[in-house]
Design a binder for this molecule. Structure first.
Ligand SMILES: *Cc1c(COP(=O)(O)O)cnc(C)c1O
Length: 362
């Protein structure tokens, strides 16, 4: 008997979500963010399905090379740029765009003698305080970059929002103001090309749209907000993580279930065992009561999540049988809800599906 555990990837939902991003972003072009193996959905099949995006964004050179080897010709941006001189000839050869966020990168470009880099985004730290040039240092960096032959002019301008998922957080207003005042002081004219918005920016902060938006999580059908579901934004879940019932056992009142015996049966009851565990990427910290769909009906998780199995309370499903289909998240059960129940975010659950889970693309 083969294990029923699967991640089903609905490519039509992915394409639908891209259209929602495009509609929400008005005239802005879309750099579809497919880093981290396309948020756990599979880099190459996702890139092929997102043929209507204007460009792709990835975190690592290895991801970009994989895309080029798969025949993807679209512009690809390395969101973190590069850290070593040896990467520059590869970047030029593979025709990759880069984000420059640190003076060390400018120095590497000054020392580099090879083929030109297609396109350079300069990242300004407007308040996230992770990557980017301090606004006060941007003019000097721009002057240095303007003297580097391999860097194509004009430069493009980039920043990242720290709190765009909080719809009324004033720090987003401040970040946008810092971004625009820095650019105004620098360039005088208003024709510079900008990119600011992640999914939350696209959906909640129209003022952040700029020329290029960078949707990630929304493409995969997940809401970036805690106060609104994906469905309210007309987004459709792309990944359905599914499995089946491996065993059903009658337990007695007082029986303890699983490692640590954390769940005690309140009465005689049927306990279902499902073939999924943290070895597949189901969160170890999912609390008792986390919903699981058995035959499309919600039942609560009981006991601790183990490596290969979880257990569920089947008192409400007396007709359930071994082999019945189980959904852990996806269609019919939002990954956001599972994430909340495991004190994490949907992003982490999607990225965390492990390599032993077979993927099916439909
Ligand atoms: C990951 C990432 C995004 C996408 O963010 P989402 O919240 O998934 O939409 C956009 N821009 C940058 C620089 C990123 O690293």
């Amino acid at each position: 008997m083969t294990r029923a555990t699967r991640a089903i990837i609905h490519l039509s939902a992915l394409q639908h979500n891209l259209r929602i991003a495009q509609q929400s972003a008005g005239k802005a072009k879309v750099m579809a963010i497919i880093k981290a193996n396309a948020y756990g959905h599979g880099l190459i099949p996702v890139a092929n399905a997102l043929d209507n995006a204007d460009a792709f964004g990835v975190a690592t050179l290895a991801e970009a090379i994989q895309l080029r080897h798969a025949g993807i010709r679209k512009p690809i941006t390395l969101l973190e740029g590069f850290t070593r001189q040896e990467e520059l000839p590869v970047i030029a050869q593979q025709q990759l765009d880069v984000v420059i966020h640190h003076s060390l990168q400018v120095t590497l470009l000054e020392q580099y003698q090879g083929k030109p880099i297609p396109l350079t985004w300069v990242k300004i730290d407007t308040g996230m305080h992770r990557l980017g040039f301090n606004p006060a240092d941007v003019a000097e960096m721009r002057a240095r970059l303007s003297r580097v032959q391999v860097v194509q002019q004009p430069l493009r301008w980039f920043t990242h929002l720290a709190n765009a998922d909080e719809r009324t957080d004033q720090s987003t207003v401040t970040q946008l103001a810092v971004f625009h005042s820095t650019l105004q002081a620098l360039t005088k004219d208003a024709t510079v090309i900008t990119s600011v918005a992640n999914s939350a920016g696209i959906l909640a902060w129209p003022a952040s749209h700029g020329d290029w938006v960078r949707p990630g999580i929304m493409l995969y059908g997940v809401s970036p907000f805690t106060d609104s579901s994906a469905a309210t934004h007309n987004l459709k879940p792309v990944m359905t993580l599914q499995s089946s019932v491996l065993a059903i056992n009658q337990r007695r009142r007082g029986d303890r279930i699983g490692y640590g015996g954390s769940y005690v049966c309140p009465e005689d009851m049927a306990v279902g065992v499902v073939a999924i565990g943290y070895g597949d990427g189901y969160p170890r910290h999912a609390k008792a009561g986390t919903p699981v769909l058995v035959n499309g009906q919600r039942v609560p998780l009981i006991g601790r999540v183990s490596m290969d199995m979880i257990m569920v309370d089947l008192r409400s499903q007396p007709q359930a049988n071994i082999g019945d289909p189980v959904v852990l998240w996806g269609q019919g059960l939002a990954v956001e809800e599972i994430a909340r129940s495991a004190d994490t975010i949907g992003y982490q659950l999607l990225c965390g599906v492990t390599t032993r889970v077979p993927y099916e693309y439909i």
